[in-house]
Design a protein around this ligand. Structure first.
Ligand code: ADP
Length: 987
């Protein structure tokens, strides 16, 4: 037998409807019972009461009938007379049996007014025979006296129920009157009817009701009657008691002559009304049930059709889809809520299917990724491997598989307690015993709801190998780079040393040959000097570039007045500008202001840009425009020259790049200038940009921060020169400064002379005209005046005359410069000396020294230089300046010289055969008097930081070969001796 699924919607609906039906029927039945049932009960009661009252009426009729019969006999003359005179005839005639039966009476008594029974007879109507007269009626002195208490009129009577020992009786008493109803009454006529079974049966027959009469004092009263009696005594007229479903009894009492309940009158009646009521209710219920069932069935059918079947079908379809047919749709028609539900479900299913497709796709993709990755991916729970990808077998070995215990070293790599992943490198042993280098990443993972660890193992053995190779390669490269630097340092030494000789000798030759050689020789000599200077410039550029590259280029930021800076640059570059008949215009100089930067580098950049402009422009205009903001300063160098193609412009700032080969042929150059300039500009925190159009000219713009930011270490960088320089400046302040005034209209002279002759104890002032010169001379009263003869307006001779005429300036020595070889007559005019132009700086210096220190004694110098040519050149230059020179080619020879006599100063090359320069310096310092000896180092070597540091502490000055001329060396040496002398003199 199939189980009824009480969870099924259909069953539950059916049960709910049944329950509702039952409740409805029960409710209606209850209501019917309450309304119809009660009405029927009331009707039954009323009917029963009516019946009981009908029975009482019948009995009362019987009494009335008895009373009427008694009156007939009482109001009759014969009876009237009989009482007065009793006679048998009357008795025989009027009191015989037929009278009893005819009147249906059982008793007649005639009583005289004295209460004496005149005649009495009792009769049994059933057996039709005389029966003993009831004794209760023979004595009227007791309760029966009531029968005689009448008024004696026709109307007065006494009738009613009386209980005698043998049972209940109906009695009627009337006064005996004449036939004309007149009195006085001669007695009382009493007639009685026995209420025996016979009489009750008769009455029942008359009434057609089953009447039962019971004495109320009957000791065997039934329970029903006893209860009824109680209620009647309580005042109830008729007591209705249903005996059983079929029968109901109606009970009342008949009161006796004295008003007491005499007998109980009861009717046992069939309950027809009640039965009818019950039948009606039953039929009604049945009808209700049928109607309810029919309606229920109809509603259910309707529900089934419109809701249940569809929902069940929907649920079934969704269930099927859930179970296996993912991707399909439900079919259900109708545009009601269920129809919408189906549509919504379909939409959801579509979305679900889509999402599932994507999940599947994603999963496939991720799985593919995981399976394709070369890294081993393992999921483990600390003990067992739960998942391992294919790469896992390759990395860890084919023997490793799911379910197996994980290698303890790997199992130990777990994320931190707070879930932070762990990444580490470790050597691990594979299943086959081989060892690999691995990178391990451990991540927290949840595998089927239990915490696990995801371990990614990457085999980095090869990478490590590559890293090692790379490291070795880098070390090799570094070492190669060091070798390159070493090579450059050596190269620079090897190149600069002979170059310094070439330039120096050319200069000496120039000086020696000027008076005697012809122009051609002088021209060739000049070309040697120019080529040498150019080569030196190139070498210096290369070195600068490599210095910047190595981060060794130093910057010394200091406040710079832009007008002075620009003026100096312009003065220097002027010859290049004018060479191609160009004009140089400077704009924006007036309010250029100050900047803090490395002046030397800025000057170098501007010189390069301006000389390029001059080089690549002919008969044109070159403009230097200075502009700026509080933060930046811009130097725009514009020319109207050949211009640069945009394609080529991109390459220009790279090392050794020129626009094309023809440029080199035509203009010379190395292609280093711009590269170096840009690097210097960037070193100073700025840059160089270019705007150019081929054939129309170019604009190079140098932009620099107004205040250069110092990179850490910029200033602290130890150098061979810096600390000693500061020392020099500090000691300079103790010196008496000599003022030298240079009067010349050639800006190059005004620039060069102060620079070439620069000395801590000297201060140069310049004047471009004679008038300005005179003004400055009277104002400053300089120690020496260098005066050009050829000046515009006021010429040199005039100036000299005026100086000598003024007593204040008359004593100032004046050195005249003239291009006129016969200018010696100036001496007559009071000039201290006359020099021929172009000015030989060495001569000028000599003259100056002689004029400023008239009594200076010759100074002793030991020169230690292994390069014979350079040594010779320096010796001659020094000697020409009045020095006593002792020369040594190596350290050991030099020490001998020192031991013979300590000089005023030592000039030492660092790269010497045998004992090197640094050791030599150490040895000198150890000798008596050596500690305070000024030592000047001359080197072509690029110094390492350590060497710079060492030298800064052990020698007074370092000069780099190629960066100075013989005169610079002499000047420098002289000032060092002077400082040392002053220091000893004023400790
Ligand atoms: P170089 O020593 O060759 O002048 P630079 O780096 O200074 O080296 O310049 C590189 C090249 O850039 C030059 O050879 C020239 O072709 C081009 N150049 C530089 N300045 C200018 C300019 N003002 N006008 C035209 N071309 C220029």
């Amino acid at each position: 037998m199939p189980m009824i699924n009480i969870r099924s919607l259909r069953t539950r609906t059916m049960l709910a409807m049944l329950a509702m039906l039952v409740a409805l029927v029960a409710g209606l039945l209850f209501l019917a019972e309450q309304i119809i049932g009660k009405s029927f009960v009331a009707l039954e009661e009323r009917t029963t009461v009516l019946r009981v009252e009908q029975a009482v009426n019948v009995i009362e009729d019987s009494v009335v009938n008895l009373s009427r019969s008694a009156r007939d006999y009482a109001f009759w003359d014969s009876s009237y007379e009989f009482v007065q005179a009793p006679n048998d005839a009357y008795i025989v005639e009027n009191m015989n049996d037929s009278v009893f039966t005819g009147l249906n009476i059982s008793l007649i008594a005639i009583v005289n007014p004295a209460g004496e029974v005149v005649h009495a007879r009792a009769f049994d109507l059933v057996n039709e025979q005389e029966i003993p007269f009831p004794p209760e009626l023979q004595d009227f002195t007791g309760p029966m006296a009531v029968l005689l208490q009448h008024t004696g009129t026709a109307e007065s009577e006494r009738s009613g129920l009386v209980l005698f020992a043998d049972g209940p009786w109906l009695l009627a008493a009337r006064p005996i009157l004449t036939s004309q109803n007149e009195g006085p009454a001669t007695g009382t006529f009493i007639m009685g009817r026995r209420l025996d079974a016979h009489e009750v049966e008769r009455l029942s027959a008359v009434m057609r009701l089953p009447l039962v009469i019971t004495r109320s004092d009957d000791p065997d009263l039934s329970a029903v009657l006893q209860q009824a009696l109680v209620q009647i005594n309580a005042g109830k007229a008729v007591v209705i008691t249903p005996l059983d479903p079929q029968r109901i009894s109606g009970i009342t009492t008949l009161r006796d002559l004295w008003g007491q309940p005499g007998v109980l009158l009861s009717l046992d009646l069939p309950r027809e009304v009640s039965l009818l009521g019950r039948q009606a209710t039953g039929q009604y219920t049945l009808a209700l049930l049928i109607v309810g069932l029919v309606f229920g069935a109809l509603i259910f059918a309707m529900l089934e059709r419109t809701v249940l079947a569809r929902i069940i079908s929907l649920s079934g379809q969704v269930g099927m889809i859930e179970a296996n047919q993912v991707g399909s749709q439900v079919t259900l028609s109708g545009d009601d809520e269920i129809g919408h539900l189906a549509t919504t479900i379909n939409q959801m299913l579509a979305r679900l299917a889509h999402a599932q497709r994507r999940i599947t796709e994603n999963e496939r993709r991720y799985r593919q990724l995981i399976e394709l990755t070369p890294d081993a991916i393992i999921v483990h729970d600390g003990q067992q491997i739960r998942y391992i990808n294919s790469a896992g077998h390759q990395v860890l070995g084919n023997e490793v598989h799911v379910g197996q215990a994980l290698d303890p070293t790997l199992a130990a790599v777990v994320p931190q307690a707070d879930g932070t992943p762990i990444l580490k490198e470790q050597r691990i042993t594979r299943a086959d015993g081989s060892v690999i280098e691995a990178e391990l990443l451990a991540l927290a993972f949840v595998d089927e709801d239990t915490p696990a660890t995801e371990l990614i193992v990457r085999n980095i053995t090869e990478r490590k190998e590559v890293e090692r190779t790379l490291r070795e390669a880098k070390e090799a490269a570094d070492s190669a780079n060091r070798a390159k630097s070493q090579f450059l340092a050596t190269m620079s030494h090897e190149l600069r040393t002979p170059l310094t000789s070439i330039i120096g000798y050319a200069e000496l030759l120039n000086r020696a040959l000027t008076p005697i050689a012809n122009d051609e020789v002088m021209h060739d000599l000049r070309r040697i000097q120019v080529a040498g200077a150019h080569l030196l410039a190139i070498i210096n550029d290369v070195l600068d570039l490599s210095k910047i590259e190595a981060g060794h280029m130093q910057v010394h930021p200091a406040p710079v007045r832009l007008d002075k800076l620009v003026q100096a640059v312009v003065d220097t570059v002027q010859p290049v500008i004018v060479r191609n008949t160009n004009q140089l215009l400077v704009q924006g100089l007036d309010d250029a202001g100050l900047m803090v930067t490395d002046e030397v580098h800025v000057r170098q950049i501007l010189l390069n840009l301006l000389s390029n402009a001059g080089k690549f422009t002919t008969n044109g205009q070159i403009t230097l425009r200075i502009s700026g903001t509080p933060e930046m300063v811009y130097f725009a160098v514009h020319d109207t020259g050949i211009g640069i193609h945009p394609e080529q412009a991109k390459q220009l700032f790279r090392d050794f790049v020129q626009v094309d080969a023809s440029t080199t042929r035509k203009y010379g150059g190395t292609g280093l200038g711009l590269a170096l300039s840009r690097r210097l500009a960037r070193l100073l925190g700025g840059d160089i940009t270019l705007e150019s159009a081929l054939g129309e000219g170019s604009t190079f713009t140098l932009s620099l921060p107004r205040t250069m930011a110092l990179a850490e270490g910029d200033v602290a960088m130890p150098s061979g020169e810096a600390p000693r320089k500061t020392e020099l400046v500090a000691e300079d302040s103790t010196l008496q400064t000599r003022i030298i005034l240079v009067i010349d209209d050639d800006p190059a002279v005004l620039d060069l002379v102060p620079r070439v002759l620069a000395h801590p104890g000297l201060h140069f002032e310049t004047a471009a005209t004679g008038a300005e010169g005179l003004e400055l001379a009277t104002a400053l009263l300089p120690d020496l005046i260098i005066l050009d003869v050829l000046l515009p307006e006021l010429d040199g001779w005039d100036v000299l005359r005026q100086l000598k005429a003024n007593p204040e300036t008359a004593t100032i020595p004046v050195l005249m410069q003239s291009i006129d070889p016969n200018a010696d007559h100036g001496l007559v005019l009071g000039a201290a000396g006359v020099l021929h132009k172009p000015v030989d700086m060495l001569r000028l210096a000599q003259e100056m020294r002689a004029l400023l220190n008239p009594t200076a004694a010759p100074m002793d110098v030991i020169l230690v230089e292994d390069d014979a040519e350079l040594s010779e050149y320096l010796r001659r230059t020094l000697e020409q300046n009045g020095w006593l020179v002792r020369v040594a080619g190596d350290g050991v020879t030099a020490l001998d010289l020192f031991d013979q006599q300590m000089p005023n100063i030592a000039i030492v090359d660092l790269m010497l055969p045998g004992m090197d320069g640094i050791s030599l310096i150490g040895a000198i310092r150890d000798r008596p008097g050596g500690a305070s000896l000024p030592i000047l180092v001359v080197t072509a070597k690029e110094l390492t930081l350590a060497e710079q540091d060492h030298l800064s502490r052990s020698v007074e000055q370092v000069l780099h070969k190629g960066t100075f001329r013989g005169n610079d060396l002499v000047r420098c040496a002289r000032s060092l001796v002077q400082i040392n002398h002053d220091r000893i003199a004023h400790p």
